[in-house]
Design a binder for this molecule. Sequence first.
Ligand code: IMP
Ligand code: MG
Length: 178
Amino acid sequence: MNPDVGGLFASEEELKGIVARLGREITADYAGKNPLFVGVLRGCFIFMADLVRACDIDCTVDFMVVSSYGKGTSSTGAVKIIKDLSENIENRDVIIVEDILDSGNTLSYLKKYMLARKPASIRIVTLLDKPDRRTADVKADYVGFTIPDAFVVGYGLDYQEKYRNLPYIGYLKPEIYS
Ligand code: IMP
Ligand code: MG
């Protein structure tokens, strides 16, 4: 294990099982449809790559890049769009793919932003949910797993852009960010 990681939240094997379960749920719910997965970069990149391969349906993908964080471990509240949608989402069944739902600022902003573009439907899938820290009124439709209030890294999630490549999810030792 990486020496900066204090403990595991989900091993590589556990992540596989969780993503497979989410894939089965989405496959069942979107049978006969052609949803557009919109990944929120950069944190979603590994999760989304695995998730779409776990979904046995026709689908297309798009990405947005947003930034709500400075260099710290809590949201600044302001969401900035750095890369917008490339696809027209009007009348599409949109599934927003996030790595983690924390304060909810990012997803509540993005959901409103996309609803204004008149999709047929919009749902949210997040790998991790930290409900204790929620301040915005937003809920995910599909949740990989719920975690307590700790800062986690790996499987796409970073601290100051590091640790995204770890194949597991672990919590960072507090001395790394304090
Ligand atoms: P929210 O807008 O506060 O819900 O924050 C969502 C974003 O904050 C996520 O997409 C992540 O990029 C980042 N984030 C929140 N908690 C963590 C964490 O524990 N580790 C790494 N990134 C996090
Ligand atoms: Mg993110």
